[in-house]
Design a protein around this ligand. Structure first.
Ligand code: AMP
Length: 190
């Protein structure tokens, strides 16, 4: 199985690039943010809980996020592989993901981290707010908080994969096609 973590700060292009990767490699795309948003739309219990955190730009608690991700992974029949987008965001989530994949007799192949500097992220998120309809894109204070949470809690997850020699940084600046090519070429070298 090919199991990819597409990593990076908010606005780095994880969602856009995930679409390209699933098309090419036939992977299952699991975006925890998308799943939470679908639950908010469906007014489920999980959605009501997650919304409190998402609207403030905070992380949904690990226990809730891990349980949700586990059930999404386990419901797939004979997957060719996964692309994890927006997960793991903490070391506890990374450890839980390893455990979960071990039970399926597989493991993470690589973490591909899209690298984009902070000012560019803010420009992109502001632009995205005009089309995404996402409350957390529209509020500059929430954007600041999401970037702060990324730097403090999520960025250290890189070390977890660096220690396993599974980390590859990808320049996230340039056209969408250029970045896709960089990702393809990194994957082809695995
Ligand atoms: P995203 O669509 O990846 O930008 O995620 C939007 C929001 O959903 C985040 O700001 C968090 O509030 C929540 N979220 C998404 N993924 C996770 C995760 N792995 N752990 C905790 N919260 C998450």
């Amino acid at each position: 199985m090919l199991n990819i973590i597409l990593f990076g700060p908010p606005g780095a292009g994880k969602g856009t690039q995930s679409e390209r990767l699933i098309d090419k490699y036939g992977l299952i795309h699991l975006s925890t943010g998308d799943i939470f948003r679908a639950n908010i739309k469906g007014e489920t219990e999980l959605g009501v809980l997650a919304k409190n955190y998402m609207d403030k730009g905070q992380l949904v608690p690990d226990a809730v996020t891990i349980k949700m991700l586990r059930s999404e992974v386990e419901k797939q029949e004979n997957p060719k592989g996964f692309i994890f987008d927006g997960f793991p965001r903490t070391n506890a989530q990374a450890a839980a993901l390893d455990e979960l994949l071990k039970n399926l007799q597989t493991s993470i192949s690589v973490m591909l981290a899209l690298e984009v500097e902070e000012n560019e992220l803010k420009v992109r998120l502001k632009k995205r707010a005009e089309v995404s309809g996402r409350a957390d894109d529209a509020n500059p204070e929430v954007i600041e908080n999401r970037i702060r949470v990324y730097n403090q809690e999520t960025s250290p997850v890189k070390n977890y994969y660096q220690e396993q020699n599974k980390f590859i940084g990808i320049n996230g600046l340039g056209s969408i096609d250029e970045i896709t090519e960089r990702l393809f070429s990194a994957i082809n070298k695995i």
